[in-house]
Ligand binder design. Structure first.
Ligand code: AMP
Length: 449
């Protein structure tokens, strides 16, 4: 498909020409007519697929020139970095269109943003918190919003924005088009769609199975959690090579556990993010990692996905993801913008199957590195790794006549009494000639002489 097939207009063709884009990406061709139709749309696509233009092309194609002050398009994204990124993309695409675009986000002076809003805008790109603050301050009027786009929804929900999203839904006009993009369909995303979308049209772009050629992949077979920690420590000792390391851990508990261990060994050099951390903490951690103040960031999957952090030297899969798509998402954080990146994966015996699945998916083998001799192999297991002990000869197990018969689960007679509620209470109260509680007003009333 070419851009001509999308029936755009001259200003958009000119902008695309300036950008040097030759043809639409798959998500752009698939989503164009759906978004243009005005129906609710759910797109599953990750950063890098061209998803921003997938919703912006049809929106800009059909947005009419207006001088009214109140914005008509609202785009919500989880982080201020994404606000800046999306505004930048829109400005490029709208280079020949007379449209007013404003990005607003927390952590900056709200009064400056209020003034910018008051100038009149067509499209607002915002993080949920700041948008809500501006709306309740009555500077930003949302009554003219016709299209709501929520980008990186899974990240947004994982960052704990669900409540803020619901608050915003409450103050938006009911008649509007909802468009959302998410890299994965999580339970939370699905619940949000079910609750707030009307018969959404879906478009999905499967994650490409071909890894980027500039990411060098390697793997280690490692016995258990503590040995993995020892191996990580061994690698991190080389701070020159391992200068910006993103460590992926599957569960929050393990992320915290690993953070404690790493913090002990390399104080003040790492930070951790997962959905139980406060939003401020997470944003600060990401900033510190981005700026290079901390050279390690320990993160769970969803947390780090929307992040576009430059110059990540290594992605380390502290565990092996079960789903190859997650592996692709993870390693894609390094080797961005054609730079060389490295991805290391630690796998236990139990995780070998996952490695096989990933290798099949990519149609390539990940080279196995010999386990370094001077790294201690720990015998200590964490709770999740200990086998569940099942005793075969359980002396307390009842046998023969001792085993209760099928009637065992029937209620005993004395337990069969019905719940008599209030009237029972009054009966008792009457029997004892006094209210059971001082606050039993009805009793007091009824028994007043
Ligand atoms: P996104 O997935 O929206 O973050 O976009 C990823 C990158 O692809 C951005 O730098 C876009 O400018 C670029 N891009 C978007 N659409 C196209 C296209 N049709 N052809 C080439 N590059 C594109």
């Amino acid at each position: 498909m070419s851009f001509e097939d999308l029936n755009l207009n001259t200003p958009l063709y000119n902008a695309l020409n300036d950008l040097g884009f030759v043809k639409p990406t798959p998500i752009q061709s698939k989503a164009f007519n759906l978004v243009a139709s005005g129906k609710d749309v759910v797109g599953i696509a990750q950063t890098g697929t061209g998803k921003t233009f997938a919703y912006m092309l049809p929106i800009l194609r059909h947005l009419k020139y207006s001088t009214q002050d109140n914005p008509r398009v609202l785009i919500l994204v989880p982080t201020r970095e994404l606000v800046v990124q999306v505004v930048d993309e829109i400005e490029k695409l709208a280079a020949y269109i007379n449209v007013r675009v404003l990005g607003v986000y927390g952590g900056t002076n709200i009064n400056t943003q209020k003034q910018a809003v008051a100038q009149g805008q067509d499209i607002i790109v915002a993080t949920p918190g700041r948008l809500f603050d501006l709306a309740v301050s009555h500077v930003l009027h949302l009554k003219s919003i016709q299209k709501l786009v929520i980008d990186e929804v899974d990240v947004m929900l994982d960052l704990g924005f669900r409540h803020q999203l619901l608050n915003i839904f409450d103050i938006l006009p009911e008649r509007r088009q909802n468009i959302m993009f998410s890299a994965t369909m999580t339970e939370d995303v699905d619940a949000l769609i079910t609750d707030f979308f009307t018969k959404p049209q879906r478009v999905t772009i499967a994650v490409s199975g071909t890894p980027l050629h500039n990411i060098e992949q390697e793997r280690y077979d490692v016995a258990n959690f503590h040995t993995k920690t020892n191996l990580l420590e061994y690698l991190l000792n080389d701070s020159e090579t391992y200068n910006k390391v993103l460590v992926f851990v599957a569960f929050k508990r393990l992320a915290d556990l690993l953070f404690e261990e790493i913090e002990e060994r390399f104080p003040g050099q790492s930070c951790v993010i997962h959905s139980n951390k406060t939003q401020n903490y997470r944003l600060r951690s990401i900033e510190q990692f981005r700026a290079g103040d901390n050279r390690m960031l320990i993160a769970t999957d969803v947390m780090a996905r929307g992040l576009d952090i430059e110059n990540i030297s290594h992605v380390i899969n502290f565990d092996t993801p079960k789903f190859p798509e997650n592996y692709m998402h993870r390693i894609g954080r390094t080797g961005r913008a054609e730079q060389q990146g490295r991805a290391l994966t630690f796998s236990t015996k139990k995780e070998q199957e996952a490695i096989e699945t990933i290798q099949e998916y990519m149609e390539m083998k990940i080279p196995l590195i010999d386990f370094p001799e001077n790294v201690e192999i720990s015998k200590q297991l964490i709770e999740e790794e200990r086998p569940q002990i099942r005793e075969h000869n359980n002396p307390t197990k009842q046998t023969g006549d001792d085993v209760p018969g099928p009637a065992f689960h029937e209620k005993k007679d004395k337990n069969k009494k019905e719940n008599l509620g209030g009237s029972y209470k009054f009966k008792i109260a009457a029997k004892y000639k006094k209210p059971k509680t001082r606050g039993d007003k009805n009793y007091n009333k009824r028994n007043k002489k």
